[in-house]
Write a protein of this length. Structure first.
Length: 246
């Protein structure tokens, strides 16, 4: 087990032991649906970058249900990825086009956005003002670990290749305070070229601006894309065709 996976395992085990995740369990291999995620979401919604954003990409894990709801409530368009195996990158939730008789709290759930979200082709993806990624552990320097699949990094790479985000686009995350590791534990040197750092961390008790020096990926690193990843994220094939036709 490599050092990054050891850190993930430690966080998962510690959160389970301290009953910080009500469900789903066991936690190993998952993004923690931590207690206090609503407070963390409210913290994030107060910062200027989020408040002035119009289009927000938010990861699909359970701990972001409330954040998706608040974003829709505040009139923002929300982009959410589907389950692996689909041929599109995002569901689009535009509050102006959603059915009025369906509660936003339901639409914000996985079942809700699968029912009511509009599937976007790559050409339809708008400029994205704010990104929220899933995290297992991170530091105040912005060094971040997801659950190890690499989906968030690939999504980000696609958005960079499409030109709808830049290195200046804020990347944020929601975590419990105990998921915040010491800088010398999760060192920037542990990250690889495709890993995505965060600029902003919201916990139930604080907002941290990392001012990270870790560079963000410039786009898709095709040499690192496996056949399994091509199958899981069908939009990669579409991106290849788009780039070949330009």
């Amino acid at each position: 087990m490599d050092e990054k996976q050891c850190l993930r395992k430690r966080v998962w085990e510690m959160m389970e032991k301290n009953n910080l995740v009500p469900y789903p369990l066991p936690l190993h291999g998952r993004i923690p649906n931590f207690t206090g995620n609503k407070q963390a979401a409210r913290m994030l919604c107060r910062i200027p970058e989020f408040r002035r954003s119009r289009v927000v990409k938010i990861h699909p894990s359970l701990n972001a249900n409330w954040l998706r709801y608040l974003a829709l409530k505040f009139g923002k368009t929300v982009l959410v990825p589907p389950l692996p195996g689909n041929d599109f990158l995002y569901f689009c939730l535009d509050p102006n086009l959603l059915p009025r008789d369906v509660p936003l709290k339901f639409i914000s759930t996985k079942k809700g956005f699968n029912m009511h979200g509009r599937k976007l082709s790559l050409e339809e993806i708008p400029h994205v003002d704010f990104i929220v990624v899933a995290t297992v552990a991170c530091t105040k320097l912005g060094t971040r670990l997801g659950k190890g699949k690499g989906y968030g990094e690939v999504e980000y790479g696609i958005l960079r290749d499409l030109g709808v985000v830049t290195k200046e686009t804020p990347v944020a995350t929601l975590i419990h305070d105990v998921q915040l590791l010491d800088d010398d534990e999760l060192r920037p040197s542990l990250l690889e070229v495709h890993d995505l750092p965060v600029d902003i961390i919201a916990t139930p008790s604080q907002v941290i601006r990392t001012r990270t020096a870790v560079p963000k990926p410039h786009g898709i690193l095709w040499e690192l894309i496996s056949e399994q990843m091509m199958q899981d994220i069908g939009a990669l094939s579409h991106l290849k065709h788009l780039k070949a036709s330009r």
